[in-house]
Design a protein around this ligand. Structure first.
Ligand code: NDP
Length: 327
């Protein structure tokens, strides 16, 4: 058995965490030879409930679970952390404006960014799920100047998976036959789920499904899928969000299969004319614990307009919180 991986999870008493933890200790993150040390962070009010989750973790008698630390202190949770899932975020309250939500979360993610800067492993991988995920990731990385921005990403894997599944259903094929789906932009309804480069068994997806279905049905269905789940289930998606968080982290520490990519929101380096300094979802390949934005994709006018619209939303979000960034 190798040295345990230190895995920190915030919002650990929440519903996404509840769907994630038991898959982690079953070996779905780093294989069934890799033991885990879990560090679970919660706000003080949620610690009693988290104790119940810890009892259930113990009751799994999982051979891979080395130990569990429960804390309300980010510096305890993130000490020597290898992998971090930032799930906890302030939920939108009644009458709350987007600015209030962003600023409430800015406090949480600034503090967590500073703690990561101080105590996490320099190789740490931090995946932000708590919404607004892209801007929360930006706040965290700006507060962690001694870590590379490449240590941070925000989750758009759920959008990617939704797009994959929807296209496969439309084509009547297996998801494994679909390649090169891309999610561009913000994890919000401004995101651009793109089929321009997608293939189904090597054939152009757009040629198979047609532009009308792509623009009129596929794009809005993917953009609004979260709201549709809430409408039908009465609660937000948790199991599929946990599945996507697990998938994004697994891709990040592993490697994408040849000829394919995944979508990940990372700090923009100006690729494809997207403004630098926002956390924006790109198609990326991964290998050796690192990611590369897919290069030299041809971008048509329709796609460019959609990609820039989502970038504009992220620039607006940044403008609402940048006075809180350290200089
Ligand atoms: P969930 O576990 O359901 O969701 C956690 C976060 O993930 C939310 O911000 C949610 O955004 C976001 N999210 C991103 N993608 C998705 C998706 N596809 N579907 C659903 N959610 C998504 O929230 P709970 O309320 O069950 O639990 C949150 C926990 O976080 C609570 O226990 C709370 O105490 C804790 N918390 C911890 C903090 C900390 O550790 N410092 C700070 C604040 C809260 P959205 O709200 O838009 O659905």
């Amino acid at each position: 058995m190798q040295q345990p991986l230190n895995v920190a999870i915030t919002g650990a008493a929440g519903q996404i965490s509840y769907a994630l933890l038991f898959r982690l200790i079953a070996g779905e993150l780093a294989g069934n030879q890799q033991s885990l040390s879990l560090r679970l962070l919660e706000v003080p009010e949620a610690l009693p409930m988290l104790e119940g989750v810890v009892m259930e973790l113990a009751d799994c008698a999982a051979p891979l679970l080395r130990d569990v630390v429960v804390t309300a202190d980010p510096e305890v949770a993130f000490r020597d952390a290898d992998l971090v899932f930032l799930l906890g975020a302030r939920p939108r309250g009644p009458g709350m404006e987007r600015r209030d939500l962003l600023q409430g979360n800015a406090e949480i993610f600034s503090r967590q960014g500073r703690a990561l800067n101080e105590v996490a492993r320099r190789s740490v991988k931090v995946l932000v799920v708590g919404n607004p995920a892209n801007t929360n990731a930006l706040i965290a990385l700006r507060n962690a100047p001694e870590l590379s921005p490449r240590n941070f990403s925000a989750m758009t894997r759920l959008d990617h998976n939704r797009a994959l599944s929807l296209l496969a259903a439309q084509c009547g094929c297996e998801v494994g036959e679909v390649k090169r789906i891309a999610i561009w932009g913000n994890h919000s309804t401004s995101q651009f789920p793109d089929l321009s480069h997608a293939t189904v068994s090597g054939r152009s997806a757009l040629a198979l499904v047609g532009d009308d279905w792509f623009r009129g049905s596929f794009i809005p269905t993917v953009q609004q899928r979260g709201a549709s789940v809430i409408q039908v289930r009465g609660k937000s998606s948790a199991a599929s969000a946990a599945n996507a968080a697990l998938g994004q982290m697994r891709s990040w520490i592993g490697a994408t299969p040849g000829g394919d990519w995944v979508s990940m929101a990372v700090l923009s380096d100006g690729s494809y004319g997207i403004a630098e300094g926002i956390v924006y979802s790109f198609p990326v390949t991964t290998a050796g614990g690192d990611f590369q934005i897919a290069r030299d994709l041809p971008i048509g006018d329709f796609a460019r307009e959609r990609m820039q619209a989502s970038a504009a939303e992220l620039l607006e979000e940044r403008a609402m919180v940048e006075h809180l960034f350290p200089v």
